[in-house]
Ligand binder design. Structure first.
Ligand code: ZN
Length: 493
């Protein structure tokens, strides 16, 4: 008989089932068997009568322990679904705080592309120093970052040179015990000549990665062309065909900043979104990251084609790109998830902070405090992205995957927390890192703030060392000024 896993806490926010997303339960619990959630609800006398004997026989393992009479510890905190990140870049984990206060194109030249050049030029030396691929060093750090903020499921946009390193991201994800869709990048124009693809090359890379690593369960590979600007129509059509043949999503950066949109108008006489629709790239399985520069016509196209949007407010504000018309999108019925983007542009993976900023910005912009409630944005980092990504997570209802977290309410900033303010406190009062326990696919990945699958000290030491070497490299490196066509457009992060 397998041992089941139980957690009991002061507050349970199940965020499901649909139609009852705003339920809040005092003294709640969840019970998991293997990777599946069996039960979620109020800890009542009946539940106690049924489960305590099983705790005493060892058939149920209690997170946080049980008293000698078998009563599970009621943990001070909020028990809720693990967070779901619909857009990020694991390769950016070492470049936080680099080239800040610079706009997108300059940041790409001075942070992302310089770092990529450094990793290429010093590859052999770095491999010797770390005893592993330097890319794996960055991806392992990104897994640590996600777990620290309670994220167990993510879509990683594996763009630019990272498209050649799918094996390492697979390895990092497997080690961490997280769940991942890797959107493997591609480009055939406006980029470093050495990595331009033909459609055949891009498809062969996807086929190989899918065959070697895609298990359809904890790791999936999909097409992730970097952006419309760097991918011509033939390549995009071939990638969308591949996605349709294999029944997968397709993911791309779209309309992140104004100059790229201007280039599309000059070149094609239309916006990037209209271009996407004209080549048959947009449908309900197309996930657009950003969509900041969004016209009324774009909104109508996205609504009509049923494409989905991932909003990344930290990156969009820090890089001065602007903010998308999120309220207009939601009013049109367009699904919008909130995410962080990579740590290079957002400087962390604090997805609760991203949810707060998304709400705060729209309230101020529209001078309307009723917009984007705490409940709304909490759903936009849990059940909404889960549905978008086709993952059985993001809500605590029986039959879903057992992915849940405990947010510790003992911190001064979360005192007082009660049933009537627990969702509001999560968004407005939490720092985002009060995540004491993380369970992913039924495994305890963070146990009382301790990482169980990842060697946090080794990972932090290696990424610190890597960043010191990069800082030294930056002092003498030749300045890069080749990001896309800077005069008429830019590569996206
Ligand atoms: Zn991005």
């Amino acid at each position: 008989m397998p041992v089941d896993l139980l957690m009991r806490a002061d507050f349970l926010i199940p965020l499901g089932p649909a139609g009852a997303r705003d339920r809040r339960i005092a003294d709640g619990y969840v019970l998991a068997r293997g990777r599946t959630l069996l039960e979620a609800g109020a800890w009542t006398a009946d539940v106690a009568d049924r489960l305590i004997p099983r705790v005493l026989t060892g058939a149920v393992d209690v997170i946080g322990g049980a008293s000698p009479d078998g009563t599970p510890a009621r943990l001070p905190g909020i028990l809720m679904p693990a967070l779901v990140k619909a857009h990020g870049h694991d390769h950016e984990s070492p470049i936080i705080g680099v080239a800040r206060d610079e706009p997108l194109a300059d940041w790409l030249d001075h942070a992302v592309n310089l770092f990529t050049g450094f990793m290429g030029e010093q590859r052999e030396e770095l491999e010797r120093a770390f005893g592993r691929s330097p890319n794996l060093v960055t991806y392992r750090k990104a897994r640590l970052d996600d777990l620290a903020y309670g994220i167990t499921s993510s879509m990683v946009h594996h763009c630019n040179h990272n498209k050649y390193h799918i094996e390492e991201i697979f390895e990092a994800n497997r080690e961490a015990g997280t769940r991942m869709i890797v959107a493997a990048g591609s480009q055939d124009r406006h980029y470093d000549d050495r990595i331009l693809d033909t459609p055949e090359e891009a498809l062969a890379r996807l086929d190989e990665a899918n065959e070697r690593f895609g298990d359809g369960d904890m790791f999936q590979v999909i097409p992730g062309p970097d952006q419309f600007f760097s991918n011509g129509p033939d390549l995009l059509r071939a990638l969308k065909d591949w996605a349709d043949r294999n029944g997968t999503l397709v993911h791309i950066h779209s309309s992140e900043e104004p100059r790229t949109t201007a280039w599309f108008r000059e070149t094609y006489g239309m916006t990037p979104v209209a271009y996407g629709e004209s080549i048959g790239f947009l449908d309900e399985r197309t996930i657009l990251a950003h969509q900041v520069n969004c016209t009324g016509e774009d909104l109508e196209i996205i609504r009509r084609t049923k494409a989905r949007v991932v909003h990344n407010p930290l990156a969009n504000t820090i890089l001065g790109s602007g903010m998308p018309p999120v309220i207009d999108m939601l009013e049109k019925g367009i699904p919008v998830a909130i995410s962080t983007d990579g740590s290079g542009s957002a400087d962390n993976q604090n997805i609760i902070n991203a949810a707060r900023l998304a709400s705060q910005f729209q309230k101020a912009l529209h001078q309307n405090a009723r917009l984007l409630t705490a409940q709304d944005v909490l759903e936009m980092v849990t059940c909404v992205p889960a549905a978008m990504l086709g993952m059985h997570v993001g809500e605590l209802t029986p039959g879903r995957d057992a992915d849940f977290i405990l947010v510790d309410t003992r911190a001064p900033n979360l005192t007082p927390t009660r049933l009537d303010n627990c969702v509001e406190n999560l968004i407005w009062a939490a720092n985002g890192n009060e995540v004491r326990y993380v369970v992913g696919a039924g495994r305890v990945l963070v146990d009382d703030y301790r990482f169980t699958t990842l060697d946090a000290e080794e990972i932090k030491n290696q990424v610190q060392d890597l960043s010191e070497r990069f800082a030294k490299y930056r002092r003498t490196a030749r300045e890069i000024q080749k990001t896309g066509a800077r005069s008429n457009g830019q590569e996206a992060p």
